[in-house]
Design a protein around this ligand. Sequence first.
Ligand code: FES
Ligand code: FES
Length: 166
Amino acid sequence: MREITVRVNGRLSRRTIKDNELLLDFLRDRLEVRSVKAACWRGECGLCTVKLDSHLVKSCLVLAVEADGKEVKTVEGISPEGELSPIQKAFVSHGAAQCGFCTPAWVLATHELLQEKPHPTQADLVEATSGLVCRCGTYNQIREAVAEVSGTTARPRHMKESLARA
Ligand code: FES
Ligand code: FES
């Protein structure tokens, strides 16, 4: 057991954890950040994606102790005042959230991409979201949502095909 201190969405949390505790379990079970989802627990679905300092990571592949002294951002952190961010609004207007299970991870990844590259190319989008899966198949809608926020008008192409080629 050991004590760690992690800043999650701007809020400092100090907890005693097991040495082998996953960051995923730390966020969901101890801090009740339930937007962080899980389906595979082995790095394949991407639903547990969070930002750890400056990088997106799959929190099922990271030990909580590795986040000690660091900053974690989840989808809640992109709209701290409770108002939907532009990419969240675009997800709604383009129907990019179907069952919604994967949506927090996709919103976080695309939001961070747009922060870094306000006008991303298709290749940028594929790279930034590689490893993220949507079982409802909303890849085109997600692409359209990103295109709307970035002000590009590229014709939708099936993103899953692009992901397969990447
Ligand atoms: S639960 Fe982490 S990648 Fe699937
Ligand atoms: S919206 Fe259902 S899994 Fe993506």
